[in-house]
Structures are given as C-alpha cells and as structure tokens.
Design a protein around this ligand. Structure first.
Ligand code: AQP
Length: 352
C-alpha cells in the first residue's frame, strides 16, 4: 500500500498561495495521449524532462484522453491504456505531491474552452496542420471533426493554466504556434485574458526514431511491435528489439548523414549515458554493430528497470492512483475555471 496523499498539502496549491507574496515559479503545462503503452520515445523525448522540471517550476501534467478519441479506440483497451499510462508516468518519477497530474476528461473546462476557442480559430489555419494531414492520410476511413480541431483543444489545455512554458518536441511545435496565435487573437479582442506560452526546449532529450524504419518517429500506435520499445517491455524483449534494429551495411559506429538507424541508436545511447557522439564513436571504434546494439540494449534495460519495478507497485494499488488523479483534477478544475470564467465574461456570456 502506498502512502495516501493529502490534497491540502499539495505543493502546487501551497506554492501558489505562498507565491502571492514572493517571486512566482513559472508554470509549465504538458500532456501525453494514452493511445498505447508509453514508449522509450515518449520517455526520452518528454516524460524524463517532465520529471526533472518538477522542482524548478509549477508543473501541470495531464493524460490527454480527449485527444486520444480522435482516433477510434476499443473501449476496454482504451480504459486499460489510461490506467497503465497513469501508473507508468508516476513510475517515471512524476510526484503528485509536487505536480498536478490529472486525466483531461475529469476537468470539464478543457472541452468548454476548446469550444469557445473553436469560434476564434480559422478553418484555413487548422487546414495547414501537418499532423492533421498525416493522421487523416493514416486513418482515411475516419477523418473526423475532432482530428481537425485537435489544436484548439490543445490550445485550451495550455491556456487554461496561464502556462508560461510548454515543453514540446519538434513534432508539436506547429500546434504550440497555433495556440500562441489563438491567445494573441483573443487578447487582441478582449484584453489580457491568456498568457501567451513560450516553447520550452529542454537541453536534454532525444527524438527517438522507429527501430524498424528510422526515418519515422517511434510511436505508441505503431502496428509493428519491433518498431518501438515500451516502458513495460521485459529486459529480454528490449534486447531482442535492439538486436533486430534496422541499421546499414557499413559496420562502422559513426554519426553521419544517411545512417539513420545508427544515428538513432547513438542518440538513444547518448541520451541515457550522457556520452557525446565523439565519445561513443571512440568507444566502439573497430567493433561491429552487434557489440554496439548490445550496449544500447543494456543501457536501456538498466534505465527502465526501476520504472518497470515502480509501475508494478502503482498498478497494484488502484486506490492510491485514484486518489492522485481525483485530487489533481479537483485542483486543476478550480484553477482552470478562473481562466474559463474570465474568457467567457469578456465575450459577454451571462455568468451563473
Ligand atoms: N519518438 C519520439 N521521440 C521523442 N519524443 C516523442 N514524443 C512522442 N514520440 C516521441 C513526445 O511525447 C510527448 C507525448 O506525445 P503524445 O502522446 O501526445 O503524442 P505523439 O507525439 O503523437 O506520441 P506517439 O507516441 O507518436 O503517439 P501516437 O502513436 O498515438 O500518435 C510529446 O511531447 C511528443 O513530442
């Protein structure tokens, strides 16, 4: 049984009270979709940085389940993915005593503000989103309106919390840009309602590519199980996936254009060990790809071992997890309602 949390002691709320008198910590918002098992890409590109930001900033993190239904989900699997993702992210080190970590659909201001923002977003600007083009090509049988308006829900997620900074991977930059444009437009009409968020590019982190097609990013929803390493993979499975990783025929561990497979493995190894590419090249000089793949596999296994162990503890204590996401959502609801009410008042709605 894990220690129950006490919402009145939630540092997030306490900090906000305290910081009314002292210098305010910056607010960071980020979210992840429970669209499958969290991958090594999500971990190295996002969650590991989220963990490191918790002391310096007021961090608000969410499982973006409303975004996930833009692609059809099988109900039982979706439910399991949400709980598994929640447990996995706690296991990575997100501390609900320090940060808010809630499930997006539990805080109804997100969908409400998204509707409002839809009416301040142009069809043309949504049509230019590359993720919409990619996902509609991938799911041609279900090009729904939610897929199209995904960026306005993401803008609502961020703007509700007056976030100063949003840690984003390269793939999400365009969505952050549209959130900034929507905020600017709204503020231009009604005065200062939303903080215009800045992208936060963490100094550490990697864009992790598919192990089977290293020109594509590693994705949770990839149908090829060998393409991605997940946080739940056993050490044996992780090693097998790295041994099968697509490389080239040169047999020389060197970062170079056209060596996408090796570049990807070097990026992963560097991110975990902190070694530079020059140091990695020196370490594997004269050695074959087999040795290098084994070293990368071992580094990943050791990095993920404690995460997997903690995941087992959290997943076995559903009551604790429920307490965490319920209390986080209560605070998020209260906090975000202020922004929603302010925006609605400015527009002219009659408030209850
Ligand atoms: N391969 C990756 N390398 C580095 N960072 C990555 N992220 C995702 N894939 C990689 C970062 O993880 C955060 C959460 O992503 P998301 O779940 O909101 O959406 P996504 O980017 O669409 O992730 P997936 O895994 O590719 O999901 P599916 O398969 O459902 O589309 C983001 O910060 C993202 O940059």
């Amino acid at each position: 049984m894990l220690t129950p949390i006490n919402s009145t002691l939630f540092t997030f709320e306490r900090n906000n009270k305290m910081e009314q008198q002292t210098e305010k910590k910056k607010i960071v918002f980020s979210a992840i979709q429970p669209s499958g098992t969290i991958t090594l890409g999500n971990y190295l590109g996002a969650v590991k940085n989220w963990v490191n930001m918790q002391d310096e900033f007021n961090c608000i993190y969410a499982l973006a389940d409303l975004h996930t239904i833009t692609v059809r989900q099988e109900p039982a699997k979706f439910r399991k993915n949400i709980i598994d993702a929640y447990a996995s992210i706690l296991a990575c080190g997100i501390d609900p005593e320090k940060s808010l970590f809630f499930i997006q659909s539990h805080v109804n201001t997100h969908a409400q503000l998204a509707w409002v923002l839809n009416c301040y977003t142009q069809f043309g600007e949504l049509s230019r989103m590359t993720q919409f083009k990619d996902k509609s090509a991938k799911h041609a049988d279900n090009v729904n309106a939610g897929l199209f308006t995904y960026p306005t829900l993401m803008a609502a997620d961020i703007l509700l919390y007056q976030a100063d900074m949003v840690p984003v991977g390269a793939d999400q930059k365009q969505h952050l840009e549209i959130s900034r444009n929507i905020a600017d437009r709204f503020n231009g009409l009604y005065g200062n309602v939303f903080k215009v968020p800045e992208p936060y590019i963490p100094t550490k982190g990697a864009r992790v590519m598919s192990l089977q097609d290293p020109t594509k990013k590693m994705s949770k929803s990839d149908e090829n199980v060998n393409a991605c390493v997940t946080l739940m993979d056993s050490p044996d499975v992780i090693m097998k996936k790295f041994k099968r990783a697509v490389t080239d025929s040169e047999a020389c561990v060197k970062y170079a254009e056209g060596k996408d497979g090796i570049n990807n493995l070097m990026g992963i190894y560097s991110c975990i060990t902190g070694k530079t590419f020059e140091q990695i090249e020196a370490e594997f000089e004269g050695k074959g790809y087999g040795d290098f793949k084994t070293a990368v596999g071992e580094a990943v296994i050791e990095e993920l071992r404690p995460v997997r162990e903690k995941y087992e503890q959290y997943i076995a204590d559903k009551t604790y997890m429920q307490e965490c996401y319920t209390k986080s959502a209560e605070i998020a609801q209260k906090y975000s309602q202020r922004t929603l009410s302010k925006a609605m008042k400015k527009i002219g709605f009659v408030m209850p």
